[in-house]
Design a protein around this ligand. Structure first.
Ligand SMILES: [Zn+2]
Length: 495
């Protein structure tokens, strides 16, 4: 029983995935009927410049062991490289551990090889990166949900090995299983926080978005859009999967959360959300619903809502997607982009009369189709759209869609030392002078930002200050630029 479904399960969990050649056809001979997940480390030292040093080995094997050696390799940035859909040589003989009985581990278990050194005797021991840990937890939760098993069916190789394996090192496996269980129970939620960047580039300080009972808001995702009076609309997906919204007024006070209305007085639910202000003060809200379809509705300037509709796709179908981004344009139209079920980036324009232009693919170099795991969009003053995405290589890219509909071509966002910026999430915000702020979450979990000037030069990354002026950490990020040249940033910070 091969597991070609792995790609869909990981993508639907929001993970960055790279297909490594004919992974669907790779296997070693023997039975494969998996019902659990086994975690490993590769013992190779990975780094930002060499994120997957074991890639060739896990595909091709070693002199003493035929490949494939796992089902997915998890690189330094948390990207899942798909290696095999059939039986792989990763577990060997297993002793009983938790609900996993003694037996042939390669029959029973799907294996993640997490690419880090994990050597306690090294002078500078390398631990699992935060991106590797978080994404391994997310992937394990998604796969065990698919298999209908609970978190106890995730084990570490050091728990099942009959030959004294010590991987994965430096991880408390009971804590990691508890994190898998939490993810399966309620998604990845954190503290929803708000920060303002002044026009002069200084920051006002990170504060909690208020929630009922005087507590800070909790959520898994957030979106922020400008309203017409210096206020912004903040939307978040709560721990219950419901979409909530509230207004932050120009004076810094908050209106209090309300549920985003859905048909039949139901609560709107979703896994992703995006929002953009339009020139008349309305907000276009888009989300990915529990059925994987992309929905949108308008919040009118008087606070009423138009009701959800599906974004149209070819053949009268509803658009499906894993991520969505929206941007308002000066003529009242709106740009919407999504990452389709095939991992490609698509976009279309919603006209002010609520008709759509139809999806087109976002162009990439060499007439290729653009692919990515995350995307963000912002309307600029001249009617162009700045689109940013995290590519399959974990690099943050951007390009401009000009007012005439042509595209400038993707470039990597510059990082120090002539490097390309790497990130797990990205957001962009347009400013009145034609510049744009881009913020991303780096491989270290820190929030960085820089400004792209209208002449396509960049100011260079700086961290966003969090508590006690230490760099802010986040798992999600969203930003909007206001007419007074301030930027309002909403993040989901780890609990
Ligand atoms: Zn191992």
């Amino acid at each position: 029983m091969a597991i070609p479904w792995l790609i869909d399960v990981l993508r639907q969990a929001g993970l960055p995935v790279v297909e490594e050649g004919n992974w669907r056809d790779r296997s070693v001979s023997g039975a494969f009927d998996p019902f659990g997940v086994l975690w490993h480390h590769t013992a190779a030292r990975s780094s930002p410049t060499n994120p997957a040093p074991s890639l060739s080995t896990v595909i091709n094997g070693r002199p003493d062991l035929q490949g494939p050696l796992c089902h997915a390799l998890v690189d330094y940035n948390g990207v899942f490289h798909l290696i095999a859909a059939g039986r792989a040589n990763h577990a060997g003989a297993a002793r009983a551990s938790g609900p996993i009985p003694a037996g042939d581990g390669n029959t029973m278990l799907i294996g993640w090889e997490i690419d880090y050194e994990g050597d306690p005797s090294a002078a500078d021991p390398q631990h699992m990166t935060d991106a590797q840990y978080q994404n391994s937890v997310t992937a394990t939760a998604a796969v065990l949900t698919y298999l209908g098993r609970d978190a106890s069916y995730a084990r570490g190789h050091r728990e099942t090995s009959t030959t004294g394996k010590q991987d994965p090192a430096f991880v408390d496996l009971d804590v990691m299983r508890a994190d898998v269980a939490a993810r399966m129970a309620g998604g990845r939620t954190g503290n929803v926080q708000h920060q303002v960047r002044n026009a002069d580039g200084s920051w006002r300080g990170l504060s909690a978005v208020p929630a009922p009972g005087g507590t800070g808001a909790q959520g898994s995702k957030a979106a922020v859009a400008v309203l017409n009076d210096g206020a912004v609309l903040v939307v978040d997906i709560g721990p219950d999967g419901v979409l909530y919204h509230q207004v932050r007024r120009a004076d810094g006070t908050w209106s209090g959360f309300q549920g985003v209305p859905a048909p039949g007085n139901a609560a709107a639910r979703g896994s992703e959300v995006a929002a953009a202000g339009l020139p008349d003060g309305s907000v276009l809200l888009a989300d990915v619903g529990p059925d994987g379809a992309v929905y949108y509705q308008l919040r009118r300037p008087d606070g009423s809502w138009s009701g959800f509709k599906t974004v149209p796709a070819p053949g009268n179908a509803a658009a499906k997607g894993s991520k969505v981004a929206v941007a308002g344009l000066p003529d009242g139209s709106a740009f919407l982009a999504d990452i389709g079920p095939d991992g490609a980036l698509y976009y279309q324009i919603r006209r002010p009369n609520d008709t759509w232009t139809g999806f087109q693919v976002v162009p990439a170099p060499g007439n290729a189709t653009a692919r990515g795991s995350e995307l963000a969009a912002a309307g600029l003053r001249d009617g162009s759209v700045l689109l940013a995405d995290v590519g399959p290589d974990g690099v943050v890219y951007y390009q401009l869609r000009r007012p005439d509909g042509s595209w400038s071509g993707f470039k990597a966002v510059p990082a120090p030392g002539n490097a390309a910026a790497k990130g797990s999430k990205v957001t962009v915000a347009g400013l009145p002078d034609g510049s744009a702020l881009l913020a991303d979450i780096g491989p270290d979990g820190v929030v960085y930002h820089q400004v792209r000037r209208p002449n396509d030069t960049w100011t260079g990354f700086q961290t966003v200050p969090g508590a006690n002026n230490a760099p802010a950490h986040a798992t999600e990020i969203t930003a909007v630029g206001l007419a007074d040249s301030t930027v309002q940033l909403v993040i989901v910070a780890p609990k």
